[in-house]
Ligand binder design. Structure first.
Ligand code: ATP
Length: 235
């Protein structure tokens, strides 16, 4: 479904991605793990059009989307939940969710999707009239995921969903990510430092070091891999 081939991305003369190849098949959950500064966020930002690669191609179902801007990519079904959530703090939960559906005009289905996200995260239904900025970190992450779902993505890109959250909330978020994948067949691409949870949730994973992919396998095999255990799982 999504194919990155030989992607090179720079920030000025910092060579952040040095020839990345990643493939995501329809219906898969893929996790990209790696240390601080490895290039995980840059991979996501390049995929969703926020940063342009200098070299390489990105294809969505065979179509070249390498240089499309983020809004065009949202219309094509690629939606990102950014690191740090970035919800609209002064808008209510309901208004944040409306913003997620901004590019849609299929009103009946929007209502269906709203019911679905309120069912996934009942706490958001209870707080629908509360300002986004007054929610807890975990609730804001739920809102950010829900807002992305309101655009009906074909592929959901999640940047560090565990960042700054208590372990119990992180577990809850990951179990809902798996549920979204299973129930709505949404393809999911997660970038995450919490390698253990990210690989447990993933069908396949990629390991990244200093701008390069160094390993790829099923989530299960990577969890059992001695190098991964030592470097990323602290075992
Ligand atoms: P983290 O988990 O800490 O977010 P990461 O794996 O997501 O790390 P990136 O944020 O993609 O890594 O950063 C990759 C490299 O690019 C790093 O060396 C980083 O310092 C550099 N970098 C990232 N953003 C910028 C920027 N806006 N300007 C200059 N260099 C940047």
């Amino acid at each position: 479904m999504l194919k990155l081939t030989n992607i090179h991305t720079y920030y000025g003369n910092i060579h952040a991605l040095k020839g990345i190849d990643i493939e995501v098949a329809e219906g898969e959950v893929i996790s990209l793990i790696g240390a601080n500064g490895a290039g995980k966020s840059t991979t996501l930002m390049t995929t969703c059009g926020i940063v342009s690669p200098k070299k390489g191609t990105i294809e969505l179902n065979g179509e070249d989307i390498t240089y499309l801007p983020p809004d065009a990519l949202v219309k094509k079904g690629i939606c990102q939940v950014p690191e740090g959530r970035r919800i609209f703090p002064y808008l209510t939960v309901a208004e944040n969710l409306d913003m997620g559906a901004f590019l849609r005009n299929d009103k009946d289905k929007i209502k269906q999707d709203l019911d679905y996200v309120y069912e996934l995260f009942p706490i958001l239904a209870n707080r629908r009239n509360q300002a986004g900025g007054t929610l807890s970190g975990g609730e804001q992450q739920m809102l950010a995921i829900s807002r992305a779902l309101m655009s009906r993505p074909k592929i959901l890109l999640l940047d560090e969903p565990s960042l700054g959250l208590a372990p119990i909330v992180v577990k809850q978020i990951f179990s809902i990510i798996e549920k979204i994948n299973q129930e709505s067949r949404t393809t999911i691409f997660i970038v995450e430092q919490n390698a253990n949870l990210a690989l447990k949730a993933a069908h396949r994973g990629y390991v990244m070091e200093t701008g390069r992919i160094t390993m790829t396998d099923t989530g299960k095999n990577l969890l059992a891999n001695e190098d991964v255990k030592k470097a990323y799982l602290g075992i």
